[in-house]
Design a binder for this molecule. Structure first.
Ligand SMILES: [Zn+2]
Length: 304
């Protein structure tokens, strides 16, 4: 008897059998694949591919720093219950191997950057590969493959979700390329203390210039500001993203003396919560493009 026939039989005839069929529905809900993603961007990819067949938990939540995360005891429990643990790799989650080991679970660890050729950040691999949308498509392919291996019966569902999501990423990638092409090549640079945009820079041809001799950790001194101003003028940098400068008067001084535009926040390693500017990966990239576009558009650089 096929499932459809069985259902007709139940509905038409026996209430007791129908009740049995009804109990299958919550069982089906329990079959969701339990996934733990190390940080919010991977969690978003996993949800897009897994849809309602997965239950995704993210360890490092919105607005938190994945580089220096200290796992909580509850995290080991989440991993113990998971079927898949999705990580970025490339040295991003140094705190994670010990957590997986201590959890005592049987989760398969999926490295989402498999098949991506890493760039260097200093002497190490640069972990921020997701900042190239082309790489994000590889993340999605790896996650789709891992989900299909974990639940072969749903492979077609995951494949088609991944395909639909990759089409959106293709559109986003095109959007960035069209925008960059519209900027005169000598103006394709911003000064920034972010070190997370190496893949974006190399994929799309926008230069991220680090402020010379300025710590990215602390508030710059008056002398630092003077040297940043000189650097912006000398290198003719149209836009400024210096989020470690919290004093608006210093930012106004940089803008007034250089003619460079002060950009807003760029999101690199974390999504925001639902109410923020970047609740999804696609929102995050769009937000960053908008911030860079408006900063690059209006700048009227002063001569040195
Ligand atoms: Zn980072």
């Amino acid at each position: 008897m096929t499932a459809t026939n069985q259902r007709r039989f139940c509905v038409a005839a026996l209430g007791a059998v129908a009740a049995t069929v009804m109990t299958i529905i919550p069982l089906r809900a329990q079959e969701k694949i339990q996934i733990v993603a190390s940080f919010s961007i991977l969690g978003d990819f996993a949800r897009n591919v897994g849809g309602d067949r997965v239950n995704v938990t993210t360890l490092v939540g919105a607005n938190s720093d994945v580089h220096v995360y200290t796992p909580a005891p509850a995290d080991a429990k989440k991993i113990a219950d998971a079927k898949l643990v999705i990580i970025n790799g490339l040295g991003l989650e140094g705190w994670l191997p010990r957590l997986v080991q201590s959890s005592g679970g049987k989760a398969t660890v999926v490295t989402a950057t498999t098949n991506i050729t890493p760039l260097k950040l200093g002497s190490r691999a640069d972990p921020h590969a997701w900042q190239s949308v082309a790489n994000a498509k590889t993340y999605v392919a790896n996650i789709s493959r891992a989900l299909s291996d974990a639940a072969p019966a749903d492979a077609e569902f995951f494949r088609s979700n991944a395909e639909a999501y990759r089409a959106k990423l293709d559109a986003l990638d095109d959007e960035i390329r069209v925008w960059i092409a519209s900027i005169p090549s000598e103006r394709r640079k911003v000064i920034s203390t972010h070190n997370a945009f190496g893949y974006f820079a190399s994929t799309y041809g926008l230069e991220f210039v680090a402020p010379l001799g300025v710590s990215t950790e602390s508030e710059p001194s008056a002398r630092d500001i003077a040297s940043i101003i000189t650097q912006i003028k000398t290198q003719k940098i149209p836009a400024v993203f210096l989020e470690n400068i919290s004093d608006p008067r210093l930012m106004s001084r940089i803008a007034a003396e250089t003619g460079a535009n002060i950009g807003g926040t760029l999101y690199s390693d974390s999504l925001t919560d639902e109410k923020g500017d970047a609740p999804t990966y696609i929102d995050m990239v769009r937000h960053n493009i908008r911030a860079m576009r408006s900063a690059l558009a209006g700048a009227t650089l002063r001569r040195r």
